[in-house]
Design a protein around this ligand. Sequence first.
Ligand SMILES: NC(=O)c1ccc[n+]([C@@H]2O[C@H](COP(=O)([O-])OP(=O)(O)OC[C@H]3O[C@@H](n4cnc5c(N)ncnc54)[C@H](OP(=O)(O)O)[C@@H]3O)[C@@H](O)[C@H]2O)c1
Length: 305
Amino acid sequence: MKAIVVTDEAAGTAGMTLTERPEPSPAINDVVVQVHASGFVPTELEWPSTWVDRAGRDRTPSVPGHELAGVVTSLGYGTTGLSVGQRVFGLADWHRDGTLAQYVAMESRNLAGLPGDVDFTEAASLPISGLTAWQGLFDHGRLRAGQRVLAHGAAGAVGTMVTQLAREFGAYVIGTGRAADRQKVLEFGAHEFVDLGGEGLDEVGEVDLVFDVIGGDVQKRSARLIGPGGTLVSVVGPVEARPANGLAIDFVVEADRAQLGEIVQRVRDGRLRTNIGTVTTLDNAVSTFNSTDRHKGKMIVDIRP
Ligand SMILES: NC(=O)c1ccc[n+]([C@@H]2O[C@H](COP(=O)([O-])OP(=O)(O)OC[C@H]3O[C@@H](n4cnc5c(N)ncnc54)[C@H](OP(=O)(O)O)[C@@H]3O)[C@@H](O)[C@H]2O)c1
């Protein structure tokens, strides 16, 4: 099969190569999925799991990409819950070969059924950004209706999901980004926009939840805005700043079939819009990843057979 591999951690996306790899076979409780579309987050080449297995051993050449939508082609020993020919989407294991390939073997429980009226490209944009937003707001941030949420990077893949889900849940959403992001952030449902290039962040007032996708100084300044009992939720590594009278948590998104179902249902009924930037093909993916001429939003590789 065709797959993109990486072998050199220092090379970044420039080190990606399209090559031939053996088709994977399914282990216990796995399925093999023929990938029709894959999402790609460029920062994943900085994550240790791209380079080593769970025991810390070098696992290169490794196939990046962890979000996918496709069709199940075979089942492993003992696998239940999905069937051959079923449309699925989900989040592949960080430590195994991923989804920038024609086929991937992954645990069945990390996938959900994909309704026939949602196309593969849209579905592949949802697992990481949708689940990250869902888990950050509801599992870790314990958001309640009426609370004030500061959603950083609100024009980005995660941020647009955070904004839409928080607003639907009855929160007041203040989205942040670069000056040019204002219109997009408001269109995705933020009540207010703050340009992080200006002074506005310190004027936001008290918030109950900060959803941080940026870190550093932005995180430190945001932690000061959190009111009593509020939460700083970060997805960019260990938190560097803690609210004076609240909680701080960083987490890595996990696959969750029920939550994937909630997310895709919202796409079907129009409550959730996807934020797809550039769509490319497997043959052109390496040059696209290395180009500066990309649209903002989730990068998708169309791998339809
Ligand atoms: N822990 C987890 O489970 C998890 C899950 C998903 C994502 N993440 C991480 O979360 C981060 C965001 O992911 P994403 O997919 O949402 O990326 P993305 O689509 O690039 O979105 C990030 C947004 O934040 C904006 N931004 C970044 N720095 C900024 C700054 N200093 N001032 C103003 N705006 C700024 C970006 O604008 P520009 O494009 O103009 O820079 C972009 O709109 C990444 O680091 C990713 O690795 C972690």
